[in-house]
Write a protein that binds this ligand. Structure first.
Ligand code: 9WN
Length: 438
């Protein structure tokens, strides 16, 4: 009993600390990932943050998603950043002056009243909207939350499925590493090597004012990010012409999960959901067909410009484990890969590294090249539970909760030592710890 009481007390402490982080990052209409490093609203951060907020402030959770969706472009894209006009222009690079959404994005229907970036991030939003609704169905019904967000979420998925199937095989592709959200993953090294970097003197990296250079992407990476984004902007954000086009397993798996969530939202609103479930099944089949590697025992990325599957093993290739409809003969090898020598969960690591422990490019501190992140941990914890691995899921959950709190809700951690890296007081770390704690 004493042990249980002590556990309960420490859990409550975690809850109030996480709540303090989320409250400090709340701007009145959305939540910043980090006050200093990322002082605007980010797309997939907001989805994860809403999933945590729903337990304490259901109204804030709904508002978080509504604010993001209010910045949607007429072509359906949901921008990866919505800029806060009261933040000084130099506080984050690339800021609104770089993206110039209102002018460069005019043909694609960028909003006039708010400034945004022109690229996207993984579509976790419909899943988040459904979970937010379930947390307080009364408030949701009273505010017409689902009816408000449904048409926007449907247009968002339509944009991805119609404008981003650049490979013609039924999957969505990303046109910039920032879109997939794991910016400097070694998976991007080969497709990025073809891009001529923008000159270093043509931009100033605000991230280095707050982050340690050895924990961040390199200047060469940044030169290439800038070149790709500037080319996309200068083409009026029209799709299909860029030099970088990759089909990523996590991005597509999250779209499948969100498509199933959108079907549940449609049913709740009295509409028919069959076509949505069928689309999710088709996407799952395309994911398996185009990205599964039996040799690697996991999903890989497909480089549409270079041709073929990229051999690097990134954590994104494990994320499809979160799909309930994943064929059993794939779930078992995925779990083996997650717990085997490449990711070491339960033996060499307590959290999931972002990249192959045995890969040549592995670096335990550099951003998405090895450190463990809390959002991918949250997704895989769900996947393990779904596919009949409760003991591994429990251990992962315990480690996520313990390290989130011990590191002051760090952005990411060294996968061996749990040492904090990047920003502290990070939004999705606090939100997802809160969610796991429930
Ligand atoms: C570029 C906000 C975002 C996350 C991404 C993470 C990082 C931005 C950056 O921060 O990317 O979008 O400036 O490094 O890689 O996943 O959404 O937290």
């Amino acid at each position: 009993l004493i042990a249980r009481a002590a556990q309960h007390e420490s859990r409550c402490r975690l809850c109030s600390r996480a709540a303090r982080v989320l409250d400090a990052n709340w701007t009145g209409s959305s939540t910043v990932p980090s006050r200093r490093l990322y002082p605007h609203q980010w797309s997939w951060d907001s989805a994860f943050i809403a999933i945590g907020l729903r337990h304490l402030w259901p109204l804030r959770a709904q508002t978080e998603l509504e604010t993001l969706l209010a910045a949607q472009w007429a072509d359906g894209r949901v921008p990866h950043i919505v800029f806060n006009p009261s933040v000084p222009p130099g506080a984050y690079f690339p800021g609104p002056g770089f993206w110039r959404s209102a002018t460069a994005g005019r043909a694609a229907g960028a909003p006039r009243t708010v400034q945004t970036s022109g690229i996207v991030q993984p579509p976790v939003h419909a899943l988040a909207a459904w979970l937010v609704h379930r947390a307080d169905p009364g408030l949701s019904a009273a505010r017409g939350f689902l009816a408000r967000v449904y048409p926007r979420l449907a247009a968002w998925h339509r944009y991805l499925l119609h404008r981003r199937d650049l490979g013609g095989g039924g999957l969505v592709c990303v046109v910039h590493p920032w879109e997939q959200g794991m910016d400097n993953s070694p998976c991007w090294d080969a497709p990025l090597a073809r891009i001529t970097p923008a000159p270093a003197r043509s931009f100033r990296r605000a991230d280095l004012d707050h982050g340690a250079p050895e924990d961040r992407p390199t200047d060469l990476d940044y030169g290439r990010y800038v070149r790709l984004a500037a080319d996309y902007r200068d083409a009026g954000y029209a799709d299909g012409h860029g030099e970088f086009a990759v089909e990523d397993p996590a991005f597509n798996a999250l779209l499948v999960a969100s498509e199933h969530a959108l079907a549940l939202i449609a049913s709740e609103l009295g509409a028919t959901a069959t076509a949505r479930h069928a689309r999710a099944e088709r996407l799952t089949a395309a994911l398996v067909d185009r990205l599964w590697s039996p040799e690697a025992g996991m999903f890989l990325c497909r480089d549409l410009r270079g041709g073929g599957l990229l051999p690097e093993r990134g954590v994104a290739g494990l994320v499809p484990l979160l799909l309930p409809s994943l064929p059993r003969e794939l779930a078992a090898p995925l779990v083996r890969t997650l717990t085997g020598p490449h990711f070491g969960l339960g033996s060499r690591t307590r959290l999931v590294p972002s990249y192959d422990l045995l890969g040549e490019a592995f670096d335990p501190h550099r951003y998405w090249r090895g450190p463990a992140w809390f959002n991918t941990g949250w997704l895989l914890e769900r996947g393990l539970r779904l596919h009949g691995e409760p003991a591994t899921a429990d251990a992962l959950r315990g480690a996520l909760l313990e390290l989130a709190e011990a590191t002051g809700f760090a952005e990411y951690v060294d996968p061996f030592t749990g040492e904090a890296c990047g920003a502290s007081g990070f939004g999705w770390t606090a939100a997802l710890a809160l969610d796991l704690h429930q």
